[in-house]
Design a protein around this ligand. Structure first.
Ligand SMILES: [Zn+2]
Length: 142
């Protein structure tokens, strides 16, 4: 089912700016930092869902639209963050198992950057700018 919860939102320009500012900050985080944050959001969303009256527990809007106090569904958040189905599933699994993602390079190299690490940084940077671009496209209704 296609998510429409962001269509229902009134989306004033000031709020769009807040979302974009948040996404820019988010994009500067490392992949592990991003995942750790999203895992917390998923946990909060479960807590929020449990506090809803019984008849409303299927309400999908249990996530905050980043940078705002508006509620959206998981699909909406997934789209804004530019997460594909697999990336989202990976993160939900981490949340379910109460695990913290680890960066593959932590503890394996010294401080000096070798070619592999430089390439890893470039790949991360490229992914982050793609995430950002997708988020911005989604916000502009693309
Ligand atoms: Zn939605």
């Amino acid at each position: 089912m296609k998510c429409t919860c962001m269509h229902d939102l009134e989306f004033p320009k000031a709020q769009r700016k807040q979302v974009v500012a948040y996404l820019v900050d988010f994009a500067t985080l490392s992949k592990v930092q991003q995942q750790t944050l999203v895992i917390q959001w998923i946990k909060y969303s479960d807590v929020i869902r449990r506090t809803l009256p019984y008849g409303e527990r299927l309400n999908p809007k249990v996530f905050l639209l980043p940078g705002t106090e508006e509620m959206i569904c998981g699909h909406g958040l997934q789209r804004i963050l530019g997460y594909g189905r697999d990336a989202w599933k990976t993160i939900k699994d981490f949340a379910k198992k109460n695990e913290i993602p680890k960066h593959g390079l932590i503890g394996k190299h010294g401080n000096k950057m070798n070619i592999v690490m430089q390439e890893d940084c470039l790949i991360t940077l490229r992914k982050q700018s793609n995430t950002l671009r997708r988020g911005l496209l989604n916000l502009s209704g693309g």
